[in-house]
Write a protein that binds this ligand. Structure first.
Ligand SMILES: [Zn+2]
Length: 282
């Protein structure tokens, strides 16, 4: 029996949400194309997503918020039981737990940390109470390490090594590394050593590959992940933003083709495409 798919990494922006990301202190210039692409209502987004998910056989999609406590994002998430929301939070802030409680109450099921944004360090002791709360309440945390299109990127805070001690201090708290570590693949593999609470997620174009000091193809990355993380700790994602280009079917197909080429069993494919992420959600 082939399960449907769960896409564990996608985004939804409205114009207001997008404006919220670009605080006035940034010198980053937003392109007109980008401005045009976010001029869709929540209903437009919902309709486009449901249509795309039906077409691709996707049962549920997880959306990563890019702004904390955003009403538009919340109402989008709550508009369908096929949408799941992860809240954006800075875990070092003194009110991080309070913010998370509000987000959970609003319907969020997990947390997204933008480690490369440079705002905080995931290894900071200031973040420990937040991790403890997440551990006690079984709230999974997806982290974006490595390269990013974000304009405040800092590869120092974006290094997964900062998570090393946290993984051992909070063994029941499940972390998901997005985009295979987006350039820090080696570090992600090393972090997995003797740790059961770490997952790796496949989303994105994986355009970090040309900047590596090796000649891995995406197929090699999958093969190595299957060896080190195993099919129980790998999670599918596309990193789709539905406007302007629609669902990233090409990424879904590319990853499914690779899993087939690597002779991954139907059972293991179902784990990667569906079961593993479901097991992390309350
Ligand atoms: Zn993303």
């Amino acid at each position: 029996m082939i399960n449907m798919i769960i896409d564990a990494h996608a985004h939804m922006f409205t114009e207001k949400m997008f404006a919220g990301i670009h605080a006035p202190n940034t010198k980053y210039k937003i392109s007109q194309a980008m401005i045009n692409s976010v001029k869709h209502t929540i209903d437009d987004n919902k309709q486009a997503w449901i249509e795309a998910m039906d077409k691709a056989g996707i049962e549920k999609t997880i959306f990563m918020s890019t702004v904390s406590l955003n009403e538009e994002f919340t109402s989008f998430i709550n508009s369908s039981d096929r949408f799941i929301g992860f809240a954006k939070i800075n875990p070092e802030l003194p009110d991080a737990i309070e913010t998370l409680k509000k987000e959970i109450k609003a319907g969020m099921k997990g947390v997204k940390l933008y480690a490369t944004s440079g705002e905080f360090n995931v290894g900071s002791e200031k973040a420990y109470p937040f991790y403890q709360y997440c551990e006690e309440n079984k709230i999974p945390i997806t982290i974006h390490f490595g390269v990013t299109i974000g304009m405040t990127a800092d590869l120092y805070t974006g290094n997964p090594i900062h998570l090393s001690k946290v993984l051992s201090l909070f063994p029941e708290l499940n972390f998901i590394i997005a985009h295979f570590g987006a350039g820090y693949f080696r570090e992600a593999l090393m972090l997995k050593y003797k740790r059961d609470n770490l997952y790796i997620e496949t989303s994105g174009t994986n355009n970090w590959l040309p900047n590596q000091d090796n000649f891995l193809s995406l197929k090699d990355v999958f093969k190595k992940s299957l060896d080190v993380f195993g099919p129980d700790k790998m999670i599918y994602g596309s990193d789709t933003r539905i406007f302007p280009d629609g669902y990233r079917y090409h990424i879904l197909k590319q990853q499914q083709d690779i899993l087939n080429e690597l002779n991954v069993s139907e059972n293991d494919k179902n784990k990667i495409m569906h079961d593993n992420i479901l097991g992390l959600l309350k």
